[in-house]
Design a protein around this ligand. Sequence first.
Ligand SMILES: Nc1ncnc2c1ncn2[C@@H]1O[C@H](COP(=O)(O)OP(=O)(O)O)[C@@H](O)[C@H]1O
Ligand SMILES: [Mg+2]
Length: 364
Amino acid sequence: MKKTVAIVFGGRSSEHEISMLSSRNVAAALDKNKFDPVLLGISKEGTWYEFPSDDVFSEVQAITDAKLPKNAEPVALMTQSGKPVVYSLNKKSARKIDVAFPVMHGTFGEDGCIQGLFKMMNLPFVGCGVFASAAGMDKEVMKRLLADAHIPSARYLLLTPYKSNSYTEITAKLGSPFFIKPASQGSSVGVHKIKSAADFDSKLKDAFSYDLKVLAEEFIEGREIECSVMGLNHQPKASLPGEVIPTHEFYSYDAKYIDEDGAAIKVPAILTDEQIKKVQDLALQTYQVMGCDGLTRVDFFLKKNGDVYVNEINTIPGFTKISMYPKMWEASGLNYKDLITQLIQIGLEKFQIEAKLNTNYAKN
Ligand SMILES: Nc1ncnc2c1ncn2[C@@H]1O[C@H](COP(=O)(O)OP(=O)(O)O)[C@@H](O)[C@H]1O
Ligand SMILES: [Mg+2]
């Protein structure tokens, strides 16, 4: 029996448009012999719609309530007799779904919010659960968990609007230059390399405009290496690593999205066997420490002296044509279609494991 997969995209995130691009590829790669897709798009305002076909991805770059593609049906996610359904508000009819595939980056999609909704609806889903999603989104919490497991990451100071440090205090602890970044953003939004006291105040103000927590981080000079991981938490698999080579001073928003030549991508990365092993081992350890299930991309810095530092994790990495996550799997011998199938199967397996847990007290 074919499973019905709800591909969920869009949403109230600055990465709404990237989500549309990613979802287009996921929908196209879905194995139609095994799965029936249901396309659920969330508008920029937060309204849920079902779309009849993947034309939605070519018709609009972003879903807005004011300019909806034709045949968009307002829907709600709910449960009937404990089973998850998509309920059409106009037709007043329910349609059963088996599993959700959230392809939403950043706020509400990658931070545990939508994962919590799926759990409440008793709906199996692809990717990390509430805790790993939330912890992976907050770079400070992530660093504390990594430190606890002795996994190297850049030294940092936590700055808040209530307790900040001066430029002199930061350079005394972390050296110069240093980076500042909002704790819970993506796409390099609000990330700055600080080289002098002169631009510190304005850049810090910019970082604080996105978040109430900002990290000042020591500058790590090195290559930017990434590794794809998937699987249940107790048996994850790591791909061959890839490399991003920014042509800008660092991998900034402009280098990622504005400047077409902002970065070169090398998959697989040219590394020694020993370096590959080190990166993969650290990616797997990070995945386990962070409590990830399903998928995660782990990003690193590799210094000239061979030291490897974890920079960050992405629990719903990009799935666009140029995205590293599927490319690294492809280079490791797993094609896009089989990757999507495996990710869905892992989500279903995780749900079955959790469904066996007692929800009633049993005297023992
Ligand atoms: N400590 C650091 N040392 C050197 N470069 C950094 C450091 N932190 C961030 N960068 C640069 O900034 C980019 C974006 O930072 P990152 O922490 O990955 O944020 P985001 O989640 O927005 O991608 C990195 O890819 C890297 O180029
Ligand atoms: Mg990054």
